[in-house]
Structures are given as structure tokens and as C-alpha cells.
Design a protein around this ligand. Structure first.
Ligand SMILES: [Zn+2]
Length: 91
């Protein structure tokens, strides 16, 4: 799973977004898709880390469970919990 994180100047009202990109050359490349997480500039560091963990949860969830009809579904919650534990430890 490839996840790239970029800082964006203006996300038009969002703090962050997680995009799924499908690789059209999937037959030549092992990477069928990748994720790009965009985080808005100007938010403080602690909040940015919280948001990054939240968005990692989306990438992890979609990697294992496919594209969601409901973004914050149960499997996202489980994935978010995994990511949260990796970053912050057991809670
Ligand atoms: Zn979300």
C-alpha cells in the first residue's frame, strides 16, 4: 500500500482529504492503486498528527475492505483504532 502525504495551501474548508488513485498501468506495475493524503497548511502540529492518523485509517480501511459507501463505517473505525495505537500506544 502506497500512501503519500502532501501539504496543501487551500483545501476549501476541509482540514484534510484522503484520495484513492487507481493505477491504469496496473498490469505493468504491482501497485494497482495508491493513496494521497492532503493536509491543509496552517493547522497546528498536534492537530495535523491527529488528522493524519484519521486519514491513514481511511487508506488502511480501503486497502483491506474496498472503496466505502459510508466513509466512517465500522471497518474504518477498526482501521483508525489500529493506526491510533501505532502512533499513540494503547489507550
Ligand atoms: Zn474521515
Amino acid at each position: 500500500m502506497t500512501v503519500r502525504t502532501v501539504l496543501k495551501k487551500d483545501l476549501k474548508g476541509d482540514w484534510a482529504r484522503c484520495w484513492l488513485y487507481v493505477n491504469k498501468n496496473a498490469k505493468k506495475s504491482k501497485r494497482k492503486y495508491s493513496f494521497v493524503i492532503e493536509i491543509g497548511r496552517g493547522i497546528n502540529e498536534d492537530f495535523a498528527i491527529d488528522i493524519l492518523v484519521h486519514e491513514w485509517g481511511h487508506a488502511y480501511d480501503q486497502h483491506h475492505n474496498g472503496y466505502p459507501r459510508i466513509h466512517h463505517r465500522k471497518s474504518w473505525s477498526d482501521a483508525y483504532n489500529e493506526c491510533y495505537t501505532i502512533v499513540y500506544g494503547r489507550h
